[in-house]
Write a protein that binds this ligand. Structure first.
Ligand SMILES: Cc1ncc(COP(=O)(O)O)c(C=O)c1O
Length: 389
């Protein structure tokens, strides 16, 4: 089986110019930002090299990307969104901020579920929205759930919108159909607008089912229907095919969100890159065999990480994620304080994300990106353990 995560040597990777490879000096092993150590999938490489040969470097046009997404979603999740309700945005975070501008006002409360992707805090603050934190409920074993009672309290207290991340970064949780329907019910009761970030959905592991939020419309009760119809969803090929620097994502509006969708200026799409569109279309149309190989590698790595931690750092609590290439490691029993990542970097020369950047519940945690070779996953844990000596 071709192995996307072991195709590149560390020497090759160090020649990269991306955030992952230029942030730290060469004696640091970077396992932080959500990039993957893979070559491009062949169909993407071919599409981009054709575009390069043509000098096709003008402004982005959506082209057939909406249809490519619809077909991908039908094959993968058994549900086809309406391509007429799909808009091109530069990236998921731009899409989130544009939707919040359209459906909320400055000062309005927006609910998020820490520990969660750090730009949810910074970008919402920058957009003058008020953060309303409803932490996930952790079971201690590394398993996390939505706090439905906490959500109801936040909605009842006047929050206007809820930014839900599913699959969830950094915990790797995939929320169930029942949990999502319960969210819709509560949002309907309190008139809260729903934004769902599904960027990690293609990286859901076999045996776990990702439920696209808008697909719930067909099975919703009348009390759940309106909140789903008025929801927005953000998707992208950028995580699963490592295209983040090319800039393209899709904003999906429910059938009750048309009036809001038209209020988002059309030229928002010019922040997207044409190479992002071309690469994403190739990924969604022809990239599933590569994705299957990638998921096999990632599946092996999430299990390898469990074995390595049990052997070298048994105090760390780790539940292999149900989706994503991110491991959320509870390091509180290591005695390294609120920011174990600082010690791992300083003494172990390995860069993982500081958990506290994901909100207060992340204190004492780190996020470990295992989208690399088995060899470098092993080296990463070796360096973390070395930091403790
Ligand atoms: C949950 C989540 N949302 C959004 C993003 C950022 O996506 P984009 O680069 O499309 O803004 C990431 C990146 O890792 C992410 O994990």
């Amino acid at each position: 089986v071709p192995s996307p995560l072991s195709a590149l040597s560390l020497d090759d990777l160090r020649k990269r110019r991306s955030e992952k490879w230029l942030t730290f000096p060469d004696d640091v092993l970077p396992l932080f930002v959500a990039e993957m150590d893979t070559p491009l999938a062949e169909p993407i490489r071919a599409a981009l090299s054709t575009a390069l040969a043509r000098g096709d470097t003008g402004y982005a046009h959506l082209g057939q990307l909406a249809e490519a997404y619809t077909d991908f979603s039908a094959r993968r999740y058994g549900w086809s969104p309406d391509p007429d309700r799909i808009r091109l945005v530069a990236d998921v975070m731009q899409g989130i901020v544009e939707v919040l501008r359209a459906v909320t006002a400055p000062g309005d409360g927006v609910v998020i579920n820490p520990p969660v992707y750090p730009p949810f805090f910074s970008d919402l603050r920058h957009a003058d929205r008020r953060l309303v934190e409803v932490p996930l409920i952790g079971a201690g074993s590394g398993e996390y759930h939505l706090d439905l009672e906490g959500l109801e309290r936040a909605f009842a207290a006047g929050a206007q919108a809820y930014l839900l991340c599913n699959p969830h970064n950094p915990t790797g949780s995939v929320f169930t159909r029942d949990a999502l329907l319960a969210v819709a019910q509560l949002a309907g009761r309190y008139g809260v607008r729903l934004l769902v970030d599904e960027i990690h959905a293609p990286l859901t592991y076999p045996g776990v089912r990702h439920v696209p939020f808008l697909s719930l419309l067909s099975s919703a009760t009348p009390a759940q229907e309106e909140a789903i119809a008025r929801a927005f969803v953000l998707v992208s090929a950028s995580k699963a095919w490592n295209l983040a620097g090319l800039k393209a994502a899709l904003l999906l509006g429910g059938p009750g969100a048309d009036d809001d969708l038209v209020r988002i200026p059309l030229d928002v799409r010019f922040a997207a890159g044409l190479f992002g569109v071309i690469a994403s279309e190739a990924a969604l149309r022809e990239g599933e065999p590569w994705l299957a190989d990638l998921l096999a590698d990632l599946d092996a790595n999430r299990a390898l990480l469990a074995r390595l931690l049990a052997d070298k750092l048994p105090e760390v609590v780790y539940r292999p994620p149900d989706a994503t290439f991110l491991a959320w490691l509870d390091c509180r029993r290591l005695g390294l304080g609120d920011d174990p990542a600082a010690a791992f970097l300083e003494r172990g020369r390995v860069a993982v994300n500081s958990g506290h950047h994901f909100g207060a519940p992340g204190r004492g945690f780190v996020r470990f990106n295992f989208a690399t070779s088995a060899q470098l996953v092993t080296e990463g844990v070796r360096r973390m353990a070395h930091a403790l000596r």
